[in-house]
Design a protein around this ligand. Structure first.
Ligand SMILES: NC(=O)c1ccc[n+]([C@@H]2O[C@H](COP(=O)([O-])OP(=O)(O)OC[C@H]3O[C@@H](n4cnc5c(N)ncnc54)[C@H](O)[C@@H]3O)[C@@H](O)[C@H]2O)c1
Length: 272
C-alpha cells in the first residue's frame, strides 16, 4: 500500500512514524509547505519520501497512491481532497471543519460516490462518535456538545468579542457560547473540527447544540457529547492531553488518525 500525507505537523509527524512501522505500507510520501521540518522528519523514516509542496510530483502521486491523508489545514483539504477523490483515490480528512461548507461537503461526497473512492474522517479529538453514528440510524431528539477549554484555547475567538468577554479576566468557569453548531463554526473556529464531525454524523449543523465553557483552572480540552433519541441516552466525556508538539491539538486526534489507518490497512473494523 502507498500513502500520501499532506502536512507533517503535530498529527502528520506522529502518523508518519506509526505508518513507517506498518508492514502493509510499502512506501509513503510527505508534502508540507515547510520543507525544513519535513526533510528532518524523513531522515529517520525508511519508507518515506519528501515531495516539494505543490510540485508536479504531488499532483502525479495524488492519483497513484491508495490513500491520501490530509493533516494540514482546511485550505489543503479544499485543494487536494477533490483531486484525489475524482481519481478514485481514498482520502482521510483531519481538517473536517472544511466540511462545514455545505457545497464543498456535497461536492466531495458526490465525487466519492461517482468515482468509488472513500472519505474517512477519524473521530479526532472527541469520543462517542461510534455511539452517535449507530444512534443516528433511528430518531434523535438531542445532540449536545459541551466543550471546556482554558483561556489559551479560546483567546481571540470572534465569538468572545461579540459578547465583550475577556477570557483573561475570568476567575471561574464561565459559559462563553451556547447556540447551534452552525453559529459555533463562525464564532469559535478553533472548535470547528469536533463540532463539524458530530454535526455531520448526527442531526446537522443547525440542530446540534454547542456550549463552550472557558475554565481558567484547566489546561485540558474536554468534550462532553450528550445524545438522546429512540435508542436511549448516551453521555461520553473526554479530557484531552495536548499533543506534545502543538498544544492547540489534542494528542487523541493524532492517535485517532493512526488507529484509523491501522483499520484501513488491516481491513478489520471493530466497534465501528
Ligand atoms: N478532527 C479533529 O478532531 C482535529 C483535531 C486536531 C486538529 N485537527 C486539524 O488537523 C489539521 C492538522 O492539525 P495539526 O495539529 O497537525 O496542525 P499543525 O499546525 O501542527 O501542522 C499542520 C502542518 O500542515 C502544513 N500545512 C498547512 N497547510 C498546508 C498546505 N496547504 N499544504 C501542505 N502543508 C500544509 C503546515 O506547514 C504544518 O506543518 C488542522 O487543520 C487541525 O485543525 C483536527
Amino acid at each position: 500500500m502507498r500513502i500520501l500525507i499532506i502536512g507533517c505537523g503535530s498529527i502528520g509527524s506522529i502518523l508518519s512514524e506509526a505508518i513507517n512501522d506498518m508492514p502493509e505500507v510499502d512506501k509513503f510520501y510527505i508534502t508540507d509547505v515547510s520543507s525544513t521540518y519535513a526533510q528532518h522528519l524523513i531522515d529517520d523514516l525508511s519508507k518515506a519520501e519528501y515531495l516539494e509542496q505543490d510540485s508536479r510530483d504531488v499532483y502525479e502521486i495524488i492519483s497513484k497512491v491508495d490513500l491520501v491523508v490530509e493533516a494540514a489545514s482546511q485550505e489543503a483539504a479544499i485543494k487536494y481532497a477533490p483531486l484525489a477523490l475524482e481519481n478514485g483515490v481514498d482520502v482521510m480528512v483531519m481538517s473536517v471543519g472544511a466540511f462545514a461548507d455545505d457545497r464543498f461537503r456535497d461536492k466531495c461526497f458526490n465525487l466519492a460516490k461517482k468515482h468509488h473512492s472513500r472519505i474517512y474522517v477519524p473521530s479526532g479529538a472527541i469520543s462517542g462518535t461510534d455511539g452517535l453514528h449507530a444512534a443516528a440510524s433511528s430518531n434523535l431528539t438531542e445532540v449536545h456538545l459541551t466543550t471546556r477549554k482554558g483561556p489559551d484555547g479560546l483567546r481571540n475567538a470572534p465569538g468572545l468579542a461579540l459578547r465583550n468577554i475577556d477570557v483573561d479576566s475570568l476567575v471561574e468557569a464561565t459559559v462563553v457560547f451556547d447556540g447551534s453548531a452552525r453559529e459555533a463554526v463562525d464564532q469559535f473556529p478553533k472548535n470547528l473540527n469536533v463540532a463539524a464531525t458530530i454535526s455531520i454524523l448526527g442531526v446537522g449543523f443547525e440542530q446540534t447544540r454547542v456550549t463552550i465553557i472557558c475554565d481558567p483552572s484547566t489546561e485540558r480540552n474536554s468534550h462532553t457529547l450528550a445524545v438522546k433519541g429512540e435508542f436511549g441516552e448516551m453521555v461520553s466525556e473526554i479530557k484531552n492531553m495536548p499533543s506534545p508538539s502543538n498544544p492547540a491539538t489534542s494528542y487523541l486526534a493524532a492517535l485517532s488518525a493512526t488507529a484509523a489507518i491501522r483499520r484501513i490497512v488491516g481491513n478489520v473494523w471493530i466497534g465501528i
